[in-house]
Design a protein. Sequence first.
Lengths: 84, 162
Amino acid sequence: MKAFIEYLVQAVVDLPEEVRVDEEPGEIATTYRVHVAPSDLGKAIGKQGRIANAMRVLAKASAMKHKRRVYLEVVGAPAEVNAD
Amino acid sequence: MSAVSHDVDFSAYASPLEAVVAELDQILQVAELDLEPVARVWNEPHLEIELVGPDAAGTFGRSGKYLDALQYVANLVVVRRVGPGVRIIVDACGYREQRAATLTELALEFAAQVKERQEECELDPLPPHERRLVHQAISDDPGIRTYSEGEEPDRRLIIAPR
């Protein structure tokens, strides 16, 4: 599933090397957080959220077989961790 | 790639139809869906692809939601990676044909009601290709006219008396 989301997002953005998908397994649902370059946010989400929604629908179709739930979030660039 | 036989002669067109099918196959594989794309009809620029496999009947052949999502995403990827000139139409278990029959039937029913009551009738949101089907089914009826309102994906077709 992670590979699928990565593949799809990389295919629609301008900076595929900036795409990172975090997988957060939960008890009944797995959450996927999609990080893209700030300039690619609109491309990854799509007009009216169409791309993000289509990805959700397909992720659901695939997850249903494994009786899993998935949540998908598109977030901006990964937050910088300041270690000072 | 798969060993299935396609109904479309890939060599008959200069654009890389085979690459389009391979791209869709790749999407289905990474999505962990048990579906295989089989090219059925090439009607430029539309390439009709049937999804065959265990997930066809259960999920994709039952609701247009999954087919439309896959079709939307696949076209985005294909335009990006293979180039424009080919639009994919995906189907499973004859869903599109059945849906077209249902929509045509509904369209005729609504048109009859609109004429009888002389009142507009607003349909639920439909994707563009389905709105076109409804429109086409009743466009030659002189007693009514159709138009659409709203923004995708909430755009609705309205049937109005003329």
